[in-house]
Design a protein around this ligand. Structure first.
Ligand code: NAI
Length: 333
């Protein structure tokens, strides 16, 4: 298939170029993000390949359909960026990469947590400046804490196991209980109970209308004082303004985020020469107990290899008209 690849970064190109010679597909890499302005680049292609911040809204999908392109391969797990209803009405076929490396994301959640718990981000800078003072570097043990995991799919499961290995009591909330986890000692609770009992809360559920602003003024009030919140899932799970208030009042003791509500116009670019216009992230950056990374939890060699191979397999199945292993289908709520 002739595939137009949007939002290309050097690491995408490297991993896909490694596997393309063994496949029958032909890729053209475009740097721009897909939206209704850039969709014309897809003209003459059989399929498009997109990532988390490409816009697959109604306007873009309709234009894409007019160009005769009705196949989309998402090189990510989440699909909240796709207007699935419109896509279904227009007859699009969509596939994704459901689990490229759950461990990559779970390990990044741990990295955020441990950087905050031991202030290694501060220590790194101090030592480089020949400053070996330990003042202000007191941390806390993860061992013995209660970790609440919201969403125990592939990534949440991997994170639960890491937390069990760290010697934590692990609580979980998910509409579907996982038997393997319960056999390992993870305790499923109602959301309110998890919020009230956890020292650490890590978000691993998808962004849906149900989970939008799951962390809000109301749910923050139900948490322990000084709670640590980690979000490697999707930015809009957290109402950022509410969490800023909670950081100011010390209700939230630490916040580690790899995703941000307004990341779409910010992340995945070098903006170091620009004036930061986003007042909310600017405020977040002023807290010494907040750690932000720019949606990099997935970025390991192993995950990139899996993304490339699964995407190519998805294209093989689409081209052959086979049953689609990783199809994304619209379900009426
Ligand atoms: P998954 O589909 O395997 O698991 C999601 C789990 O969330 C399921 O068990 C589901 O039952 C549960 N869930 C659904 N609604 C829920 C709710 N209202 N409350 C609690 N649990 C709920 O997905 P996976 O692979 O574990 O990924 C989780 C999320 O991580 C993705 O949706 C994506 O947003 C994010 N992600 C972030 C990456 C990054 O680089 N930062 C990379 C990959 C995924």
């Amino acid at each position: 298939m002739k595939v137009a690849f949007f939002s290309t970064k050097s690491y995408d190109r490297q991993s896909f170029d490694h596997y393309l010679p063994e496949s029958s597909h032909d890729f053209t890499y475009f740097e721009p993000k897909l939206d209704h302005n850039t969709v014309a680049l897809a003209k003459g292609f059989d399929a498009i390949c997109t990532f988390v911040n490409d816009h697959l809204d109604e306007k873009t999908l309709k234009k894409l359909s007019k160009l005769g392109v009705n196949t989309i391969v998402l090189r990510c797990a989440g699909y909240n960026q796709v207007d699935l209803k419109t896509a279904a009405e227009l007859g699009f076929k969509i596939c994704r990469v459901p689990a490229y490396s759950p461990e990559a994301v779970a390990e990044h959640a741990l990295a955020l947590l441990m950087t905050l718990s031991r202030k290694t981000h501060k220590a790194y800078n101090r030592v480089r400046e020949n400053n070996y003072s330990l003042e202000g570097l007191s941390g806390f043990n993860i061992n013995g804490k209660t970790a609440g995991v919201i969403g125990t799919g592939a990534i949440g499961r991997a994170f639960c196991k890491i937390m069990l290995g760290m010697g934590c009591k692990v609580l979980a909330y998910d509409p579907y209980e996982n038997e393997e986890l319960t056999s390992l000692g993870v305790e499923y609770l109602a959301l309110e109970e998890l919020l009230a009992s956890s020292d650490i809360i890590s978000l691993h559920c998808p962004l849906t209308p149900d989970t939008f602003h799951l962390i809000s003024q109301k749910t923050l009030a139900q948490m322990k004082d000084g709670v640590i919140i980690i979000n490697t899932s999707r930015g809009a799970l957290i109402e950022t303004k509410a969490v800023i208030k909670a950081l100011k009042s010390k209700k939230v003791g630490n916040l580690g985020i790899d995703v941000y509500e307004q990341e779409e116009d910010l992340f995945f670019q070098n903006r170091s020469e620009e004036i930061l216009q986003d007042e909310t992230i600017a405020r977040l950056m002023t807290f010494t107990n907040v750690l932000i990374t720019g949606h990099q939890a997935f970025l390991t060699n192993e995950a990139l290899a899996q993304i490339a191979t699964t995407t190519l397999e998805n294209l093989d199945e689409l081209e052959a008209g086979k049953k689609l292993t990783n199809e994304v289908v619209w379900k009426e709520e």
